[in-house]
Design a protein around this ligand. Structure first.
Ligand SMILES: *Cc1c(COP(=O)(O)O)cnc(C)c1O
Length: 609
């Protein structure tokens, strides 16, 4: 039966049981029952389901692995971590992060003014705040305010200009100076599609010459004691561990050199983020080559070795992993609206009283196909098809016969694929690829999986039910935008097979996993499809509760956010309606009620159930 690689990407978060995908936690509800409960509340369209317990799990694993590595290596520095806000700023993701991180004093990282304001208001006192990214004097002043409010805040400078701004602000006010971190430009590059974050041509960081200048500046303005951290970040979704090891040795040596040059209060190395997530559904396409255990061991061991060699005290270690913390907490559930080869259903047959003999023969094969004879019957059917097409070209059969032939042959191949399931031959695989089905899903890939569109990033996908039935349709997925890029094409190297369903009679939902990192605020409103509906699910021993249900934006609000005035638009439509000729007053008022209903609903399709 299909398992959709759940043991590769699933991290033991989900299980397949009774043909359903369930959450492997406490009462283990199925995604299908959660979806039904949300839809009973009138919600239609795509749905992001958040599982706060999975955020808690990732935070705990991060801290416990580093404490273990620190203990095992007799490392004397401490471990701290912050969550980089750019990875997910939505309140229903962020609140559980703060809540679940409290006992470990998990902090926040900000990369812009808006994020800094969020960090200043949400970080519990005592948990660290780090600030990266380009800063002006206003952002720096905000950092001073945070320090004055009692926050443990570190402003990481990305260039000498920012250090000059800090000096300027410190001289112009009486507020306490926050801790200063320096981002170092490493010689060793990063890995993955995001490698621009590291290496000699990196966008950020000070070169060794600039570091020396920074030390002089700090000394001249008596701020050396505020310099507490060096920072690097070699890129996101670091799939290979090797570049990190190089970066750790290089950064470790820079740290030790700075200590020996008199950076007395320097006490931390911030290794940035980059811990990778497995997105692959196929063993041969596995992305990452290390585990969290190995990652933590390498960081602690390598820093210890460098420091011991130079006789420098072990620094505290900071991480800013974001993807690792939140990717798994969100699942996107989308209804399937349509299967495009619908017209090949058996019920579309229009058999005549008397049919050409080859059509009768096909009808016989279609009725009598069994596991034993299916390959033979399929070959016969393909042969008949050839003949029938020739007969059509020569004018001996009509369009109705041709349509019947196509439907029957299609069905015989489909039945053979079912009957032969698990014993695929190269020939069957080729036919299966040809019989591709297009599944139209009620969502926008531009909005909900922008990294698929921008970077070709794959997200694990599977149906919510029927996991005890063979899935034999090779599937390509289409979203509802009018853009041909809104398609996830069938890939023979990493095939996706789905079920044959009759959507007039039954529902079929697909779930996309690991969509909790980056996708939500990177998502764009192409065709004016907005952030999906969302809810959080709290699971206990007895069952589950749906919390924080937020519906996708209504149509008028979407237009408002582009700068249109909703009232003006509504009034214009009302005027148009009032001026419409040839309809009764009653009809006008009915039409208006209908129009208003539509305008206050979200913009996704409402065709299914
Ligand atoms: C983006 C970013 C991170 C987070 O990276 P992940 O790959 O999500 O762990 C951490 N630190 C900095 C400086 C970043 O820019």
């Amino acid at each position: 039966m299909p398992s959709y690689g759940i043991d590769i990407w699933g991290n033991d978060n989900f299980i397949i049981d009774e043909g359903l995908v369930k959450i492997a936690y406490k009462s283990a509800p199925s995604l299908l029952e959660i979806t039904h409960q949300v839809r009973e509340r009138g919600i239609r369209g795509p749905l992001i389901v958040r599982f706060p317990h999975l955020i808690g799990k990732q935070i705990d694993q991060l801290y416990s692995n580093f404490s273990r590595a620190i203990r095992e290596n007799s490392y004397t520095g401490a471990f701290h971590a912050v969550f980089p806000l750019k990875v997910n700023q939505f309140p229903n993701a962020l609140n559980p992060i703060i809540q679940e991180g409290k006992s470990n004093r998990y902090g926040l990282e900000a990369g812009s003014k808006a994020e800094l304001v969020l960090a200043m208001s949400l970080t519990p006192l005592g948990a660290p705040i780090t600030v990266n990214g380009f800063k002006d004097t206003e952002s720096i002043t905000l950092g001073f305010m945070a320090a004055q409010m009692g926050h443990d805040i570190t402003l990481t400078i990305e260039g000498l200009g920012e250090l000059e701004s800090i000096i300027e602000v410190s001289q112009g006010c009486s507020m306490p100076v926050p801790n200063i971190g320096i981002r170092i430009r490493l010689h060793s590059g990063g890995s993955g599609a995001w490698a621009k974050s590291g290496g000699i041509n990196a966008k950020f960081g000070l070169t060794s010459t600039e570091l020396l200048e920074a030390m002089e500046l700090l000394h001249r303005y008596k701020l050396t004691d505020k310099f507490t951290m060096i920072h690097f970040h070699i890129g996101s979704q670091m799939e290979d561990i090797a570049p990190l090891k190089k970066a750790l040795r290089e950064a470790g040596n820079i740290y030790a050199e700075l200590k020996m040059m008199g950076a007395n209060e320097l006490r931390a190395i911030n290794i940035g983020g980059g811990l990778a997530i497995e997105y692959s559904q196929h063993t041969s396409k596995r992305l990452k080559n290390y585990t969290l255990v190995e990652f933590a061991n390498d960081v602690v061991y390598l820093l210890r070795e460098v420091m011991n060699a130079k006789g420098v005290e072990h620094p505290d270690i900071f991480t800013e992993s974001g993807r690792f913390i939140v990717a798994s907490h969100a699942v996107l559930i989308t209804p399937v609206l349509e299967l495009f080869s619908h017209d090949y259903q058996e019920r579309s047959l229009r058999v005549k009283e008397t049919n050409p003999p080859l059509i009768e023969e096909l009808r016989y094969l279609n009725r009598k196909v069994t596991p034993k004879n299916c390959i033979e019957y399929m070959h016969d059917a393909l042969d008949h098809m050839e003949s029938l097409l020739t007969l059509f070209d020569l004018g001996y059969i009509d369009l109705q016969d041709r349509s019947n032939a196509e439907i029957l042959v299609h069905n015989i191949i489909k039945k053979s694929l079912y009957l032969f399931e698990g014993r695929a031959t190269p020939e069957l695989e080729r036919l299966q690829e040809k019989l591709q089905e297009r599944y139209l899903v009620n969502s926008s890939f531009f909005q909900s999986m922008p990294d698929y569109w921008g970077l070709g990033q794959h997200f694990p996908v599977m149906p919510l039910d029927r996991l005890d039935q063979p899935a034999i349709r090779s599937a390509s997925l289409w979203d509802i935008t009018c853009d041909s890029d809104g398609e996830i094409a069938f890939d023979p190297d990493a095939p996706l097979y789905l079920h044959d369903v009759d959507l007039d009679k039954e529902e079929y939902f697909l779930a996309f996993f690991n969509v909790g990192a980056y996708q939500e605020t990177l998502g764009m409103q192409h065709n004016l499809f907005t952030h999906p509906n969302e809810c959080s699910v709290i699971i206990d021993e007895e069952g589950f509760q749906i919390k924080h249900l937020v519906e996708s934006e209504p149509l008028l609000d979407i237009l408002h956010s582009l700068g249109y005035d909703g009232d003006t638009i509504l009034n214009q439509l009302k005027t148009n309606l009032a001026n419409t000729s040839f309809i009764t007053e009653k009809e006008k008022s009915d039409r208006l009620t209908q129009l208003e209903l539509y305008l206050y609903q979200n913009g996704y399709l409402r065709t299914t159930m």
